[in-house]
Design a protein around this ligand. Structure first.
Ligand SMILES: [Zn+2]
Length: 291
């Protein structure tokens, strides 16, 4: 692999946090608001998880990227300010963590603009976007480019960032790919009757798995992007394991641990090639059979 990292940098790592809080539950099922315990499972993120994770990041002297749905920003403005005050990046993650699958461009544009307005109320103009549930539509890149976003981090087709050409528009933005293997949801998420695998993994196992991936990215000059949720990974033993992971990743020689905004800015300047991600359809006969 031959990605043009800055001089002296061998690979990059970004620790990212999706501060979904109640939004993802309410988007999934508005009547969930009647479930007091479920609501507190989610509010643990902004109330306890974020402050703990900010302490971890401060101790490790690492700047991170926090994707904040507009509804979270409206509900917990002081929590969002505390993230900003620590020098971290705040980026866009929908308004109510809306389900994006199959919606048209006009509806998606509404969600994007509503999220932008909520962040703007706190004086934040986000450089980056991450689709709720990493669910991009083919029209999404154009909507992001039209709104001046510099990067997205929701697609899954690379080990390093690339410049993504608009689908219809002539512009581009940086894509910083993610991976389900580097998401705490798959490791720890569980709530009876709502979500999760029912298997809650040991933080020791999770640390081992993620460090293996970080070392492999380091060996191959890749870009390690970890996605955590404060309501999940803000719990004590998970945050402790995450801190050990950050320590271990920082110790890798030439590893650039930084925000996605920094990685995107570097990529925009250092990569000349624009990549189109083409839509692939089912062969005609199969498509017809489904109609
Ligand atoms: Zn999310």
């Amino acid at each position: 692999m031959n990605f043009p990292w800055p001089d002296g940098v061998r690979a990059a790592a970004a620790f990212t946090f999706d501060v979904d809080a109640e939004s993802c539950v309410l988007a999934h099922d508005p009547s969930a608001s009647s479930r007091m315990s479920l609501m507190t499972h989610q509010s643990y993120g902004p109330r306890v998880g974020v402050p703990r994770l900010l302490r971890v990041l401060r101790r490790q002297d690492v700047k991170a990227t926090f994707f904040v749905p507009g509804f979270t920003a409206d509900t917990y403005p002081d929590m969002v300010r505390s993230i900003i005050d620590e020098g971290h990046e705040v980026a866009h993650h929908g308004y109510l963590h809306e389900p994006m699958q199959g919606i048209d461009a006009a509806r998606e544009a509404e969600y994007l603009d509503r999220g932008l307005e909520a962040l703007d109320r706190l004086g934040i103009r986000p450089a980056g976007y991450r689709a709720p549930w990493w669910e991009m539509n083919w029209h999404t890149p154009d909507l992001l480019i039209e709104r001046g976003f510099q990067y997205d981090s929701s697609l899954l087709d690379g080990d390093t960032p690339y410049r993504l050409h608009g689908t219809e528009t002539a512009g581009d933005l940086v894509e910083i790919p993610v991976d389900w293997g580097l998401d705490d949801w798959e490791q720890y998420a569980f709530y009876p009757g709502w979500t999760g695998s029912g298997v809650i993994e040991s933080p020791r196992k999770v640390h081992e798995m993620w460090l293996l991936e970080a070392r492999a990215h380091h060996a191959e000059s890749g870009c390690f992007v970890l996605t955590n949720h404060p309501f999940i990974s803000g719990r004590p033993s998970r945050a402790a394991a995450l801190e050990r992971l950050i320590e271990d990743v920082r110790a890798l020689d030439g590893m650039w641990v930084t925000t996605l905004e920094e990685i995107a800015a570097h990529t925009a300047g250092a990569v000349g090639e624009l990549r189109r991600v083409d839509r692939i359809e089912a062969p005609g006969a199969l498509a017809t059979n489904r109609e």
